[in-house]
Write a protein that binds this ligand. Structure first.
Ligand code: SF4
Length: 428
């Protein structure tokens, strides 16, 4: 009888990659994957702990699953486990709490469980790269893990404490993974990790890795997921313009105040950040930069905040992921003086969001009259196809007989929708 398994993933693309891979193990073994709101024999929750909100949402999902059915096996994994293992181990409703470096063995654990061969989680191998190529995925593009962990210890960040020290995946495994997902029919791969710009394996650095991947034959494109603005060289910038490398970088600024960047122990200055942006934009004027910004970091004055607004305005990010600073236990920033009120954080967060929305509309509007190569993600009941172009903007167009999900379609942009996060509208 097909056992039913449901998955819920919180947080970053790295978590999503890991869930896709584990889920594929179950599908390949004949298990049925059901929606998280459906009855299942097992629920697997891949948690996030990067902010208070990440913890809060993870707890919510765990209690939802706990209330679902007494009999189901409940597996909780991900960064919240590494951050709060003892507490989760005391929750009787959780069958298994699995740390990040054992996540790749969840199929073995559960499959043995259902066969009555109880395996103790401590017996599972510790390997942060023990993930197979994800044939089945909750996404239209294939996420590829190239690196894990981080040595930077930015003062606000819990990630090095829960994902461990930086480690890079051997290039041979990365290429094998990519060739496999291309075989599965994926046309866009997204390079992901914790601090991917710091990739280094046997002398191969991040630029070298990207260059080798671009040389893999096949009609596909490469997207670089979130990247810290350090660790890689100008050679990466020169590679943009390559037909396979998408003209988009989500490069994390965090603050536009030099003083605050120092307090965060970030490894670049505002000037260095803007010069990286200008280096690319001087060659590719419509290149898409998106970013993360933290508002309300301890000691952030009104003046510091205005610096952040000015820099974000000058660069014109087409999307800003705005975080209100939240204390992470065990990080250096927790011990800093001058923590700000929620009121101030909410006010500053609203200012950044309005600024971001203004630039998002202006940037997307600038593509009216231009072409986008859209990776089709779905075709809705009205016959409209939806997907993202190479500049990573959402596009909608009337599908025709040549429009296939998970395939590219060249679209002429004709207008921009109204409302928040507006879709570009086009025609083929
Ligand atoms: S570089 Fe990124 S992952 Fe590493 S400590 Fe800083 S914010 Fe966290």
């Amino acid at each position: 009888m097909n056992r039913k398994v449901a998955f819920k993933t919180l947080g970053c693309r790295l978590n999503q990659y890991e869930t896709d891979s584990v889920m594929s193990d179950f599908v390949n073994a004949g298990y049925e994957i059901v929606d998280f709101n459906q009855p299942a024999d097992a629920y697997v929750i891949n948690t996030c702990t990067v902010t208070n909100m990440g913890d809060h949402k993870s707890r919510q999902v765990i209690s939802q699953a706990s209330r679902r059915t007494e009999d189901a096996v409940l597996v909780v994994t991900g960064c919240m486990v590494n951050n709060h293992k003892d507490k989760l181990d005391q929750n009787d409703r959780i069958t298994y709490a699995i740390e990040n470096d054992r996540k790749g063995s969840i199929f073995h654990l559960l499959d043995s469980h259902f066969k009555g061969e109880i395996v103790h989680p401590d017996e599972l191998i510790r390997d942060r790269f023990a993930f197979g190529a994800a044939e089945n995925s909750f996404h239209s593009r294939s996420l590829i893990k190239i690196q894990d962990g981080c040595n930077n210890f930015c003062t606000f960040c819990i990630v090095p404490h829960v994902r461990g020290r930086a480690e890079s995946r051997p290039y041979f495994d990365v290429e094998k993974n990519i060739r496999e997902v291309l075989e599965f029919g994926y046309r866009e791969i997204v390079l992901t990790g914790v601090n991917i710009g710091r990739y280094e394996h046997e002398g191969l650095n991040f630029e070298g890795l990207v260059e080798k991947i671009l040389n893999i034959p096949g009609d596909f494109r490469v997207r670089i997921s979130s990247i810290e603005p350090e660790g890689f060289g100008d050679k990466l910038f020169e590679m943009f313009g390559h037909p396979k490398l998408t003209p988009h970088l989500h490069m994390c600024l965090q603050s536009g105040s030099e003083k605050i960047l120092l307090k965060m122990r970030r490894q670049y200055t505002v000037d260095q950040f803007t010069s990286m942006v200008n280096k690319i934009k001087s060659r590719i004027p419509d290149f898409n930069f998106t970013t993360d910004i933290i508002v309300g970091f301890p000691g952030e004055t009104e003046e510091d905040f205005l610096d952040t607004c000015r820099v974000a305005d000058e660069i014109g990010f087409s999307h800003i992921h705005t975080f209100k600073y939240s204390v992470r236990k065990g990080t250096r920033a927790e011990r800093l003086p001058d923590h700000l009120s929620e009121k101030v954080k909410n006010e500053r967060s609203a200012v950044i969001r309005d600024l971001a929305e203004k630039h998002k509309r202006a940037y997307r509007r600038s593509f009216i009259g231009k072409e986008q190569t859209v990776l089709v993600e779905k075709i809705d009941s009205r016959g409209f196809a939806h997907g993202y172009g190479e500049h990573y903007m959402p596009v909608r167009f009337k599908a025709d007989e040549h429009t296939l999900v998970k395939n590219f379609r060249s679209v002429k942009i004709t207008s921009l929708d109204k409302g928040n996060d507006p879709e570009l509208v086009g025609k083929v």
